[in-house]
Write a protein that binds this ligand. Structure first.
Ligand SMILES: [Zn+2]
Length: 118
């Protein structure tokens, strides 16, 4: 292996280690999206009829895929705060996996085969 190739291999392994560290640092992880909305109850004289800012809520619904079906569930504002972080983490980890795959492909292309040739 040339010195330049060795450096490329080393760099790829260093980037993979950084990706692994970044993934290891992640705690909460959720897919899907968080929807925030406000509603009107329809009762006459209720403050919610006076304008969009006076509506009830905000309410939070978490939508995500479960066994191939999109499901929604209502969550509390506290849970929504955790979910916001967990969803951001999910997107970050997905991007890291793409990067990890790229580095692996690079190594497949430049590293000598580990198995002896017949
Ligand atoms: Zn109301």
């Amino acid at each position: 292996m040339s010195r330049r190739t060795e450096q490329s291999v080393q760099k790829a392994h260093t980037r993979i280690a950084a990706i692994q560290n970044a993934i290891h640092a992640v705690d909460y992880l959720c897919s899907g999206t968080l929807l925030e909305h406000r509603t009107r109850c329809g009762k006459p004289g209720c403050r919610c009829a006076t304008g969009p800012e006076a509506r009830h809520g905000p309410y939070y619904d978490w939508g995500h895929m479960r066994a191939g079906k999109l499901v929604h569930r209502r969550v509390t504002p506290e849970q929504a705060a955790v979910l916001r972080l967990a969803i951001a983490n999910y997107r970050k980890v997905k991007k890291l996996l793409v990067d990890w795959e790229k580095e692996t492909e690079r190594l497949i292309d430049i590293e000598p085969p580990r198995q002896p040739r017949p």
